[in-house]
Design a binder for this molecule. Structure first.
Ligand SMILES: [Fe+2]
Length: 134
């Protein structure tokens, strides 16, 4: 099991991502990003990311879901395919986090990026370069 190694630094391992329908939300992000949905683990439906972090989709059907922001750094050579898959499923992407520039991408920090909503209303971001902080 790749995630049973010990570490020497503090690392994010997993986080719960709330969804009205965990299957729908997990399959959505996996499809857009080109990842796999893992086997259910109790109430969680996992999507493993490339840096060892797991998004554990968790169903919360009876309460309103607070929109969160999740940002994924993605390989430059896979970015266009992700945008194409958003277009194919009819999900609008935006250049900005406030969703005022539909159908456009940004060029922040010398890379490319876009924002889009997942089925539960979480504000997802893909970017090829991380934010440069002063
Ligand atoms: Fe962000």
């Amino acid at each position: 099991m790749p995630h049973q190694q010990t570490v020497t630094t503090v690392q994010l391992n997993h986080t719960a991502v709330y969804a009205e329908d965990r299957q729908l939300s997990a399959e959505f992000i996996a499809t857009i990003l080109g990842l796999e949905v893992g086997a259910p683990f109790g109430p969680f439906l996992p999507v493993d990311l490339g840096n060892g972090v797991t998004l554990d989709y968790y169903e919360m059907a009876d309460e309103p879901i607070q929109s969160q922001h999740y940002a994924f750094q993605v390989p430059d050579d896979r970015f266009d395919a992700m945008i194409a898959r958003l277009e194919a499923v009819g999900v609008t992407y935006y250049a900005d986090p406030d969703h005022t520039e539909p159908g456009a991408i940004n060029r922040l920090f010398g890379g490319r990026g876009a924002y889009f909503d997942d089925p539960a209303g979480h504000n997802m971001e893909i970017m090829t370069r991380p934010y440069a902080r002063p």
